[in-house]
Design a protein around this ligand. Structure first.
Ligand code: NDP
Length: 459
């Protein structure tokens, strides 16, 4: 008989926590999982899943216009936000229920409570007022939106968490930030008919992405009607008046009037506050992220951490893979480390971006000699009308052995295409092998296997 109540206790029932708990329970471990909100985590409850529904809802605006150019009469479209919002949130509820059911089916015990560490083996369940013990602990509490303390009146702004529950569709919205969340929601709301102003402190959105992707997405933002103000921060948000409208003051002295929704999309922070990490011997870095080794083991020997709380690559599928490796390490064939290279990701801008591997800049710094193949063109679907969107297809190739080390796409279906291309990049295939692959015609993706001319920078 074990001296502990559980073999594994997981804190956080998001993507990483649920996958780790389920697999551990299936392999015979006695597993408890604490969740203070409801199962599903950021991805299902207040992130990827409802966001994608909103991207779909927003995208219809363009489709209606295009339909007209293809000869359809579609009348005057109108959008019912409360109807859509409630349908979306019903689906989120259903998915959260599935997460709970999957845990139960696997034999893991879900405890709806906040869990705090008392020591390396003891967990206090705050609302229940009791403690439980576990041989191993998996921390998968994710991240939480972060608001800069330099903005006076930041309490009058929401974060992405609240955007899925707005009572009414705003008329005029200001979004601060230039990352995934700012870009995606700016275009979502613009597509739904909201006047949107995005305020970004840098020059071009999506810092860290390939420069051509950044420029293409930035231009796409402007084309979709978003007013983009760069090199600027929010200084102050006035207290909204009785009509719900406020004035936003920028650091450059400009004001934006008659704004009825401000959203701060200025990043997310690891959700470690008050978790009792010190008491358990779990160390964090200066941002509050839990420090882990390649096996996701923390500085406490029996405690592991996965997902956004470790601030490695903050994406749902990565948290899931990290959790799978922890389970393999603890209950499987031995130590398993997740390889964080060549992880594909997508930005659901309009048009969207898909990217895998190194950017051109990273590849130049890492390998010196590289070849770039690049094509921008009008996708066929938009040719019959006024649609000015262009497709970007870019390959980054290591010059000495011809290995394709980066693929970057902007255009319709880029997220779907990049998932398939990521297999080739992860497998280390060469440009010659790409070239030997026959095209599928007519598609936008055929450009990936038909580009022959190396791109040279303009003189
Ligand atoms: P990001 O880190 O992507 O972007 C944060 C943005 O806020 C950056 O543009 C940053 O500017 C800006 N910023 C940071 N601090 C300040 C400040 N003090 N004042 C003004 N601006 C500031 O965070 P997000 O919140 O957009 O997304 C969080 C994470 O969620 C991402 O890292 C991503 O992994 C994940 N995510 C993934 C999605 C997907 O896969 N499609 C979708 C949404 C989120 P600067 O560029 O200058 O640093």
């Amino acid at each position: 008989m074990s001296r502990y109540d559980y073999d594994l206790f997981t804190i956080g029932a998001g993507s990483g926590g649920v996958r780790g708990s389920r697999l551990a329970a299936i392999s015979g471990a006695r597993v408890g999982v604490a969740e203070e909100h409801r199962p599903g985590g950021t991805c299902v409850i207040r992130g990827c899943v409802p966001k994608k529904f909103m991207v779909y809802a927003s995208g219809f605006a363009k489709q209606f216009q295009l339909a007209g150019e293809y000869g359809w009469s579609v009348g005057e479209p109108s959008f019912d936000w409360p109807k859509f919002r409630d349908t979306m949130n019903d689906e989120v509820d259903r998915l959260s229920g599935i997460y709970a059911k999957n845990l139960a089916n696997a034999g893991a015990e879900l405890i709806e409570d906040r869990a705090v560490l008392e020591d390396a083996h003891t967990i206090r369940l705050v609302n229940a007022g009791r403690t439980v013990t576990a041989k191993n602990i998996l921390i998968a509490v994710g991240g939480w939106p972060w608001k800069p303390d330099t903005i006076e009146g930041a309490e009058f702004a929401c974060t992405s968490n609240e955007l899925f529950h707005l009572k009414t569709l705003p008329k005029h919205m200001v979004i601060a930030g230039g990352g995934y969340i700012a870009v995606e929601f700016a275009q979502v709301f613009a597509g739904l008919g909201v006047e949107v102003c995005l305020v970004y402190r840098g020059e071009t959105v999506l810092r860290g992405f390939d420069e051509d992707v950044r420029v293409a997405v930035h231009e796409g933002l402007k084309r979709s009607g978003v007013r983009v103000i760069t090199h600027c921060n929010l200084a102050k948000i006035d207290k909204p008046g009785g009509d719900g409208f406020t004035t936003v003051h920028l650091e450059n002295g400009e004001t934006i009037d008659q704004v009825d929704q401000v959203c701060l999309a200025t990043g997310r922070a690891p959700n470690t506050a008050g978790l009792g990490l010190d008491a358990a011997g779990v160390k964090t870095d200066e941002r509050g992220a839990i420090i882990v080794d390649e096996y996701s083991k923390t500085t406490a020997d029996n405690i592991y951490a996965v997902g956004d709380v470790t601030d490695r690559v903050n994406l749902t599928p990565v948290a899931i893979r990290e959790a799978m490796c922890v389970v393999q390490t603890l209950y499987g064939d031995g130590p398993a480390a997740y390889d964080h290279t060549d992880i594909a990701s997508a930005v659901f801008s309009q048009p969207p971006a898909g990217t895998v591997g190194l950017t051109e800049g990273e590849a130049r710094r890492k390998y010196g000699q590289i070849d770039v193949y690049k094509s921008t063109f009008r996708p066929m679907k938009g040719m019959l009308g006024e649609n000015p969107d262009r497709m970007l297809v870019k390959l980054v190739v290591k010059a000495d052995d011809g290995r394709v080390v980066g693929v970057h796409l902007v255009g319709d279906d880029a997220p779907e295409i990049i998932q398939a291309i990521a297999i080739a990049v992860k497998a280390g295939l060469t440009k010659a092998q790409f070239d030997a692959t026959c095209a599928v015609h007519p598609t936008v993706a055929e450009e990936i296997v038909t580009m022959r001319e190396k791109w040279t920078p303009p003189k």
